[in-house]
Design a protein around this ligand. Structure first.
Ligand SMILES: [Zn+2]
Length: 300
C-alpha cells in the first residue's frame, strides 16, 4: 500500500481512524492525519568530520544506504535523499537506484563543507557541481538542497539568492533555532517563502519543557530518546505547526561503523544499535513520505 493511499484512508476517518489514547500519557497513539517528510543526508561516516574520501578511508556509504532503502521498501514508505555530490560521483548507480525506487533525490552540496566557511563563488560552484553530478546520475532535475551541517543562517540572504539562481525550488537548510540550547526561534518552524520565491522547508524543531527547542525529529532523537517521549513532543509539534521534516544519515544505522576522531563526535555513535528498531516502532504512529509530496501544495 502506498503512503498516499494510507493517508487518504486516515483523512477519511480523521476523527477516529487508527487513533487510540495511551492512558498513562493521555496522548494520541497510532496514525494521525498529519504525514511527515522523511529525509536522508547521504554521506559517509568521515564526511561529518569535514574530510573527503581521498585518504583511503573505509567506504561504508553504499552498503548503509542500500540497507536503509531495503528497510524503507520493506515498510512501504519513501523519502527524500539529499546526496552529497562526492558520493553521487563515486556511486552513480546508488543515486540511480534511489531515484528508480521512487524516492526524491536532492543535493547536499558537493563537498561536505559548511556554507559559513565558503565564499559566495565557492558556494555557487559547490552547489552547481553537485547538481550536475546528481542529475547526470539520476537523469532527473533536482529541486531541493540541504546544506552540510544545516549551515545556512536565517539572517544571511546570499546563499538563498544563489540557490534560486541555480534553479532550485526549495532549501531545507535553515534551522529555526540559532544554537543549542534553543531557547529562541529565529525563523518559522513551518515552510515559508523567501522574498525571491525560493521555499524554505525546515527540519522539524520540537518544543519540550515549555521553552526548549531542538531538532529531535532526527536520527539522533530516534537513537537516543525513548519513542513514547519523542512521540509526545511530535504530537505537540503536529498541533502547533503541522507536518514536519525528519532527517537522518545512513551511517546512523551502522552500529559497528567507525567514528571521526574529533571533539564531541562520540555523540554520533550513541544509540546506533537502536535506530533500526526505533524507526520500525515509529512507523506504528507516523506516516512518512518525500518532501515534494508532503509539501506538494506549497511546492506546486
Ligand atoms: Zn551532512
Amino acid at each position: 500500500m502506498t503512503n498516499r493511499g494510507r493517508i487518504k484512508r486516515c483523512r477519511r476517518d480523521a476523527d477516529g481512524c487508527a487513533l487510540g489514547v495511551d492512558d498513562a500519557h493521555k496522548e494520541v497513539v497510532g496514525f494521525t492525519a498529519v504525514r511527515h517528510a522523511f529525509s536522508i543526508d547521504v554521506e559517509d561516516w568521515y564526511h561529518d568530520g569535514g574530510t573527503d574520501g581521498r585518504g583511503g578511508l573505509e567506504e561504508r556509504v553504499e552498503s548503509n544506504t542500500l540497507r536503509l532503502i531495503d528497510l524503507m521498501e520493506a515498510h512501504g514508505f519513501r523519502g527524500t535523499f539529499f546526496f552529497l555530490g562526492e558520493v553521487a560521483a563515486r556511486f552513480p548507480r546508488l543515486a540511480r537506484r534511489v531515484a528508480d525506487a521512487g524516492h526524491e533525490v536532492g543535493s547536499h552540496g558537493f563537498q561536505h563543507r559548511p556554507g559559513t566557511q565558503l565564499t559566495r563563488r565557492e558556494f555557487r560552484d559547490d552547489v552547481a557541481h553537485s547538481l550536475r553530478v546528481i542529475e547526470d546520475a539520476t537523469g532527473a532535475p533536482v529541486s531541493g538542497y540541504r546544506a552540510p551541517y544545516l549551515s545556512i543562517k536565517a539572517d544571511v540572504r546570499w546563499p538563498i539568492e544563489i540557490l534560486a539562481d541555480l534553479g532550485l525550488r526549495y532549501d531545507a537548510s535553515i534551522l529555526a533555532i540559532d544554537r543549542a540550547p534553543g531557547l529562541e526561534l529565529v525563523c518559522p518552524r513551518r515552510p515559508f517563502r523567501h522574498a525571491n520565491g525560493l521555499w524554505e522547508i525546515p527540519v522539524a524543531v520540537l518544543q519540550f519543557l515549555h521553552f526548549w527547542h531542538l531538532p529531535l525529529a532526527s536520527g539522533f532523537g530516534l537513537r537516543v530518546l525513548p519513542w513514547p517521549l519523542l512521540r509526545r513532543w511530535l504530537r505537540r509539534f503536529e498541533n502547533e505547526v503541522g507536518a514536519g521534516v525528519f532527517y537522518l544519515h545512513p551511517w546512523e544505522l551502522d552500529a559497528h561503523g567507525p567514528v571521526v576522531h574529533a571533539p564531541g563526535r562520540w555523540l554520533t555513535r550513541l544509540g546506533r544499535e537502536h535506530l533500526e528498531e526505533r524507526l520500525q516502532t515509529s512507523l506504528h504512529d507516523v506516516q512518512f513520505a518525500p518532501i515534494r509530496e508532503v509539501f506538494e501544495d506549497v511546492l506546486a
